[in-house]
Design a binder for this molecule. Sequence first.
Ligand code: ADP
Ligand code: GLC
Length: 484
Amino acid sequence: MKILFATSEVFPLIKTGGLGDVSYSLPNALVELGHDLRLILPAYGNMLKKLNKDNCKEIGQLMIPGAGHIHKARVLLFTENETGVPLVLLDIPGLYGHRENPYVDNKKQDWPDNAESFTVFSRGVAMIANDEIDCGWRAEVVHSNDWQTGLVSGFIKQAGLDIKTVFTIHNLSYGGNFSHEIFTGLDLPQAWWTLDGIEFYGNFSMLKAGIVFADHITTVSPSYAEEICTAEAGYGLEGVLSHLKHKLTGILNGIDPDIWNPRTDPYLATNYDARYRRLKGKMDNKTALLHGFGLTHDNEPLIGFIGRLVEQKGVDLVVSIIPDIMESTNSKLIMLGSGQPEYERELLDMAKHYPDRMIVTIGYSEAMAHRIEAASDIFLMPSRFEPCGLNQMYSQRYGTLPVVHRTGGLADTVVDASETNINNKTATGFVFDKTDRNDFLQTLRHAIDLYENKKIWNQMTMTAMQKDSSWQSSAEKYLELYQS
Ligand code: ADP
Ligand code: GLC
């Protein structure tokens, strides 16, 4: 099949979170299954710098309407590039050339022209899918992701093209909502401004556009597919999602088995796997990481956290339990992330308070993320909601047992260390039920206590490491969907 995969970020060229990982690993899995897939992104300046110009071919030009004027776009194709699959970039320097981060400026404010930039990108995707550049490649299916590409299916429908569209919701809390004035300025079809169109509480929502116009909607775990049809997790879209449930499927994300493999991971001090030198290799990584920060290692459990420091991730719950954990156990804690300034400050203050026990790094580092996964014994993911979550699966592969809230993809990927699950050797982590500090604290304490029981702990890490979280079966589900 000819598949055009439209996304606003992709590992390793430009990544802010899990969408970047999925936009890398799912297309690679689809190509491995024998399909003719092209990735398409805006040509952010930051990304163009990283690509080898010798591999670039201009395959066409387009004139694309934006807010009040027409943008001239060059369409670039990199057949060889870091994503592993053919990459098409829509190059409009005035819109994307200055962007280091796809969504925000260096003061973490949304780019003021986000509505126009992603509308123009979505128009471009529809035109390229239909081969309006006349390069001899026309898509049968366009798969778009999150609000930035939400309008793609609308433009394809509007033009009456015989191209099928799939839209994936990675996170319903980012709606891409803009005013009526912007709607008019972008010259979007007036007929779209209705309750069952893209109007959304007096504004319009690009995410809702993806939902209403796509031939099929997916989200990234079966549990999240159920949750978003309820008022609790639906962000006001639960009505339309329940109504369209017949075209909504939850397909669990996978992880890339080569990028996240403790046996070959180039960032690690010592490589290890579930069979050979498992305990020793993992222990070496813990010693190396702690020593690197000037800390000692005395066989205490190391607790890790990596992620965006935002409410979704339950960072406030982590902050609220740190004093208890520090006072009542001998654990050490290492955290990596960036996000809301108040959380960054609170965590740095706490690290100052427990200098021998707690490390906090504010920033973004692929290398350190890999090292934390390998070095930690326990990984924290108390997310309020989690469409899928990748870090709990990376943790399991690295023999690091996750402590997670029973929500979305966390509920679908972690088997709780209940007595029954321990006895039948299926447990792969620790799951608590309520978004509540006490529930979280109690579950983390259970994990810390169980860490002393080496027989059970080793059994659990072994089960977690051997679990298959690869893309194989999920990629096949996407293909079935495309084919249907
Ligand atoms: P989300 O997409 O909601 O942020 P996921 O768990 O799906 O959550 O994916 C997050 C991805 O981003 C993981 O690959 C994680 O390792 C990575 N990540 C998040 N924050 C950082 C950071 N500060 N440094 C390095 N990697 C990070
Ligand atoms: C989103 C979600 C996360 C998911 C990722 C990739 O950012 O917050 O749960 O894993 O997308 O689908």
